[in-house]
Design a protein. Structure first.
Length: 482
């Protein structure tokens, strides 16, 4: 969805990668078909599952670590706690992915879905942090939003007709625009940096961007799919060579440690913060609906109401797990859905291996400490691309809207304008009640409320059939652009 990752083209894998992914898979799929096993339920040789599973992790890794870095910065947490957020995020990614792929009780769509923290929650959570909301209240709101998601999942399909492209496109566009402020501040060296905008920072940003752009134009096979990750690695090496990297805390961090619940204290609950993240949860579930249906088409497996309900309930359960283990709301990552189509490997067990890898990554604090050491200009170069792609995806979805009725243009205009208020004038709602801060300081929340209500007022609810077609088309758009 709005979970930004490396820009992807529809390039097939090349060389040895194509042989390993497509060649072996074809023969295995043929054997599976003869044995009456659907490719989704096929267990491939372990070496092949490990190789493809690692590809899925590499594709989503940059997007996965971005959210804890953003939120940790907004909360002004020390480096060791930001590193812990990164580890907690990867650990919960792994747990949620395993549940989604393998299934547990009434949870799990049992398709090759990889789970990660959604960018849709960044705006509201940063707004809470900026307003001085304690981190325990943020985690309490995450848990409450997850419980809400589990509760509404069985009948959520009835609401999708209220989320046509004009709604989803506007929300995704404002998510990208909101995140770009973070990326731009990173690129300049970070808010409060007395050398903000220094030439060495700008050169670093240009190097990261140049690597990403070059790989997307000239890269072959799998490389364009991990262009952002490679850009981060090259930028990190450049910054290290130029004395911009500080490794303080890395040597002291442990090699192995268990991620445990409620590290920051017992969660607390605040109504406005909960409402803000419940709105995010609705947006997440709408986009997940399209992802699941599109993935069902790609995999050749029907996704009925029961499967859809289990998948959406897992978004909620993953979010509860996130709040318990000190991280944030979860959703399916669209770039990995696109990767399933590119590789042709439809086995859910392959992505379950990805879940195990992510879970294992979360148990190595030293890795999190190294990631937390990435200089902000390096993150800025990647962020400009990742977050810009989110905004561009929203704009691409809005291109599907019929603007012949003038009110559709008004819906988009007013909704984006309202969402820009906290970005352009942070004190605009200074006289509003303090308990509304979690809503009024989040452009994403304001835009979501505005566009949903305006669309319902002007257009009502469309047909369920058209809504499903639109969501699948939107999901396919995201899966090939993020």
């Amino acid at each position: 969805m709005s979970d930004a990752g490396p820009p992807q083209g529809d390039r097939p894998l090349g060389g040895a990668a194509r042989s390993a992914v497509r060649g072996d898979h074809t023969s295995e799929a043929g054997a599976a078909a003869r044995a009456g096993v659907h490719p989704v339920d096929q267990i491939l040789p372990f070496g092949q599952m490990l190789a493809i599973g690692l590809q899925h992790v590499l594709v989503m890794y940059a997007g996965a670590i971005a959210v804890p870095l953003i939120v940790g910065g907004a909360l002004k947490l020390p480096k060791d706690q930001v590193a812990f957020l990164i580890n907690a995020d990867l650990f919960a990614c792994g747990v949620a992915t395993l549940i989604q792929c393998l299934g547990f009780w009434k949870f799990g769509i049992r398709l090759p879905v990889i789970m990660g923290v959604t960018f849709a929650a960044v705006g509201p959570i940063v707004a809470m942090a900026t307003a001085g909301t304690p981190i325990t209240t943020i985690f309490g709101s995450v848990i409450a939003a997850g419980v809400f998601g589990i509760a509404v999942a069985p009948w959520f399909g009835r609401l999708v007709r209220f989320f046509p492209p004009i709604v989803t496109g506007t929300i995704i566009a404002i998510i990208g625009i909101t995140l770009l402020r973070v990326g731009i501040n990173w690129a300049g060296g970070g808010v409060g940096n007395k050398n903000f905008g220094a030439p060495e920072y700008l050169v670093t940003v240009l190097i990261v961007l140049a690597v990403i752009l070059a790989l997307n134009k000239y890269g072959r096979g799998f490389l364009p799919n991990i262009a952002v990750l490679i850009g981060l690695a090259v930028g990190f090496a450049w910054a290290w060579g130029n004395g911009m990297v500080r490794f303080d805390g890395v040597a002291e961090s442990e090699w192995f440690a268990v991620v445990y619940p409620f590290r920051f204290g017992t969660p607390t609950f605040e109504p406005a913060a909960i409402v803000s993240l419940c709105i995010v949860m609705v947006v997440v579930m709408v986009e997940s609906t399209g992802m699941f249906l599109a993935l069902g088409e790609i995999c050749g497996k029907k996704v009925g109401a029961g499967e859809l309900g289990r998948g959406l309930a897992t978004d909620g359960l993953g979010t509860v797990i996130g709040g318990v283990f000190n991280t944030f709301p979860y959703t399916s990552f669209s770039q990995n859905v696109g990767l399933v189509g590119i590789t042709g490997v439809r086995s859910r067990y392959v992505v379950a291996v990805s879940g195990v890898i992510l879970l294992a990554f979360g148990l190595f604090p030293k890795m999190g400490a190294v990631v937390a050491s990435i200089p902000q200009p390096v993150l800025g170069g990647a962020g400009l691309c990742m977050f810009g792609m989110v905004a561009a995806t929203g704009i691409k979805i809005l291109a599907r809207v019929d603007y012949a009725p003038r009110h559709n243009l008004i819906i988009v205009a007013v909704s984006i304008a309202v969402g820009m208020i906290p970005l352009v004038s942070p004190n605009f709602f200074a006289q509003a009640p303090k308990w509304l801060d979690a809503i009024t300081h989040s452009g994403i929340t304001l835009t979501a409320v505005c566009v949903i209500l305006l669309n319902a007022f002007y257009n009502g609810g469309g047909s369920d059939e058209h809504a499903v077609d639109d969501l699948v088309a939107v999901a396919k758009t995201q899966g090939t652009t993020e």
